[in-house]
Design a binder for this molecule. Structure first.
Ligand code: HEC
Ligand code: HEC
Length: 203
């Protein structure tokens, strides 16, 4: 009797697992459907979608508060005592490009994209909330003197920004987490937010 109960339980949980797997795949194409049938968002909704990417750890790991990049899902300090150096490309003896190439190296687990280097101090977003990040990002005193049009271009075209949608695998062979919205939905949201006046909500 006991054994039969166990058997039943096993079947029930197997069905559970299978349907979970289906749930998983059926929840995936959500952003894809949004892309095929673009929904008109309010400016605030567009801001939300944009900031799910901009405030993501994949960006903030390279926009730290101090002089050292961060790594991984837990944003720990970069190994090998890597430092910003004078121009964000690392100390003379340990340049970013020694390890980081123009594309991900999924054998060694080193991420890569063209002109891989550390964001300047004034662009440090670590510890800021999304409203503060948006304000810093659009402030010419902090963003390298960029206009809103230049920020839009950077946000939608820069290879370091677009890298986050295909961040490769880490040195344990596990995929790095990408932001929760698709590249297409993000780019559309940035363009809409700028077109509607780049308004940063109060909170
Ligand atoms: C000695 C080799 C080496 C050097 C030099 C180096 N890196 Fe890395 N970097 C790595 C490796 C390996 C990883 C991947 C670690 C992992 O994902 O577990 C990594 C990961 C990163 C990440 C994390 C990506 C993420 O979101 O998880 C950032 C950001 C980064 N490096 C920035 C830099 C910058 C900026 C420089 C130069 C100032 C630099 N690195 C210099 C080897 C290096
Ligand atoms: C590998 C490091 C790296 C990653 C990853 C990275 N950035 Fe940057 N970011 C930089 C560097 C370096 C600069 C300065 C480039 C310059 O001024 O020419 C910069 C500048 C910027 C700027 C313009 C300056 C400002 O503060 O407004 C924006 C906007 C920006 N990054 C957004 C992002 C977003 C959004 C992501 C993630 C989707 C991201 N970055 C990921 C290194 C990185």
């Amino acid at each position: 009797m006991k054994r039969r109960l166990f058997f039943l339980l096993a079947i029930v949980s197997a069905i559970g697992l299978v349907s979970m797997a289906f749930d998983d795949t059926s929840s995936l194409p959500e952003s894809a459907t949004t892309d095929k049938h673009p929904i008109q968002h309010s400016s605030e909704e567009a801001f939300d979608i944009m900031m799910q990417v901009v405030a993501h750890k994949r960006c903030v790991n390279c926009h730290p508060a101090g002089d050292r990049p961060h790594q991984g899902e837990d944003s720990h300090i970069h190994n090998f005592n890597v430092q910003r150096g004078e121009d964000g490309h690392g100390l003379p003896a340990l340049q970013c490009s020694t390890c980081h190439q123009k594309e991900n190296n999924n054998f060694s687990g080193v991420p890569g994209a063209p002109h891989w280097h550390l964001a300047p101090r004034s662009m440090g977003w670590e510890g800021l909330n999304r409203i503060e990040i948006a304000k810093a990002m659009t402030n010419p005193d902090k963003n390298g003197g960029r206009s809103i049009a230049e920020i839009e271009k950077h946000l939608t075209e820069d290879p370091l920004v677009l890298w986050v949608f295909e961040p490769g695998v880490n040195n344990e062979g596990t995929s790095r987490e990408a932001p929760p919205v698709s590249k297409e939905a993000y780019i559309a949201a940035v363009k809409q937010w700028v077109a509607e006046g780049a308004i940063i909500p109060e909170q």
